[in-house]
Design a protein around this ligand. Structure first.
Ligand code: AMP
Ligand code: ZN
Ligand code: ZN
Length: 412
């Protein structure tokens, strides 16, 4: 017994001494300063666009930073759901922007990206975007047009933000971002998110394989060059990380693969149908769900689901805002309500997120990143955790899996 007490005492003393050692070690390790993180979204920039033309600036980032083989978007592969997924680390089914436009029964209101009063209204946006996480932990953020940044969410907006102006010149966006990084330390944002739409518009109009896309990619690459050279002149250049992502890719569409939904939809059976090629929310009247479904289900070129049958892997069906019937065109096919209803001629997105054409990009360069590191597919729900880690802030609960993305970071 006596022997046992002595052993227990020695073990206990050992633990106390070891903890004291760890505490002193921690106290003496200087806390590394918080780096800056600037994240640019190039709307609709497909994963392989850098192979379409000479892209010296993207190549520079690839050789001196990190490049992923592709960034898998979340479903539906539309602009608003995916920008807000990147910002929150939540699937669209969990953050509430289930499409670009939808009906929200929880608020008894419609949301549309074309309606400023909705886009700027925080009540539509669930979850916690990274700038809110930052601001709530006293880390300043700025945003030049990131989806959701114009609304107050959980009581916070970025310290600096701009109201969306589609035609605002890209070079002036660059200058503002650079000027934010030149602010005095106490005013300077540690997180900046910004946005350039160009490749999306051109991809819709002319298609991902058009000469116009080649030009757009070249132009965007030189804008990145301008930005990099301006960053390089900053006194804080060695502590700035620069990330480039896109919300989704782009697929070619053809005139002979079109489905006119009004052929199958009886107006007396539905409350409304909202959609942009190729993703449509059909809000059928409750007693007609089966009839509407049966009339759509065998149409060539589309996949129709009753809400409860949407595959679990799309993480969408549990949201209240989702219509009771959902239609998505099959790869390469297009939908419109009627002839003349097509807004796009060249390309579109919104398809299944496993469709490789829907994959976007992820590049990163700066002190937090590995140098000359290529990685396989990354997932856009994982970016929120990465940003939180880089900014040294505590992330909110989210759908991301840190293990799938942290390999891009250099060891501290
Ligand atoms: P889509 O290609 O239909 O998914 O939507 C892309 C469009 O979203 C772009 O052409 C932009 O005009 C628009 N957009 C992007 N960000 C915003 C914003 N913050 N507010 C309003 N519209 C936006
Ligand atoms: Zn987009
Ligand atoms: Zn688009």
């Amino acid at each position: 017994m006596k022997k046992f007490i002595i052993i227990a005492f020695v073990v206990l003393a050992g633990i106390v001494l070891y903890q004291d050692f760890l505490y002193k070690k921690k106290r003496n390790t200087p806390i590394p300063p918080r780096p800056y993180v600037v994240m640019l979204s190039l709307d609709g920039f497909r994963w392989d666009y850098d192979t379409k033309t000479h892209t010296p600036n993207l190549d520079y980032i690839t050789n001196n930073g990190v490049k992923a083989d592709g960034l898998q978007p979340s479903f539906p592969t539309k602009t608003f759901p995916n920008h807000y997924t990147i910002a929150t680390g939540l699937y669209p089914g969990n953050h509430g922007l289930i499409s670009n436009s939808f009906f929200a029964p929880d608020l008894d209101e419609y949301y549309s990206i074309r309606d400023r009063s909705k886009v700027e209204n925080g009540k539509f946006y669930k979850g916690e975007p990274i700038w809110v996480t930052a601001e709530a932990q006293r880390v300043k953020a700025a945003s030049y047009f990131w989806v959701g940044s114009e609304a107050k969410i959980k009581g916070y907006a970025p310290t600096y933000f701009k109201y969306y102006d589609h035609n605002f010149p890209y070079d002036q966006r660059i200058d503002t971002v650079v000027n934010w990084l030149k602010l005095p330390y106490n005013d300077r944002p540690h997180l900046i998110t910004w946005y350039i739409d160009h490749a999306d518009g051109v991809g819709h109009l002319h298609g991902p394989d058009s000469p116009e896309i080649v030009q757009s990619v070249g132009m965007l690459d030189s804008l990145i060059g301008v930005f990099l050279s301006k960053l390089n002149q900053l006194s804080i250049k060695d502590s700035v990380n620069f990330i480039i992502v896109s919300d989704h890719g782009m697929a070619n569409i053809q005139n002979d693969k079109m489905v006119y939904l009004n052929k199958y939809l009886n107006n007396n059976f539905i409350d409304t149908a909202i959609g942009v090629n190729p993703f449509t929310l059909v809000y059928a009247k409750n007693k007609f769900i089966d009839s509407v479904y049966n009339s759509l289900k065998n149409a060539e070129g589309i996949t129709t689901w009753k809400k409860e049958d949407i595959p679990e892997r799309l993480h969408l069906k549990h949201n209240k805002r989702l219509s009771n019937i959902v239609v998505v065109a099959d790869s390469g096919w297009s939908t419109a309500f009627n002839k003349g209803g097509f807004i796009y001629n060249g390309g579109t997105h919104g398809y299944d997120n496993q469709n490789r054409d829907m994959y976007g990009i992820f590049y990163g360069i700066g002190p937090s990143f590995k140098k000359g590191y290529k990685t396989g597919t990354l997932y856009n729900i994982d970016i929120y955790n990465l940003l939180a880690k880089m900014l040294k802030i505590d992330p909110a609960t989210n759908d991301g899996k840190p293990d799938r993305i942290m390999q891009v970071l250099a060891e501290e």
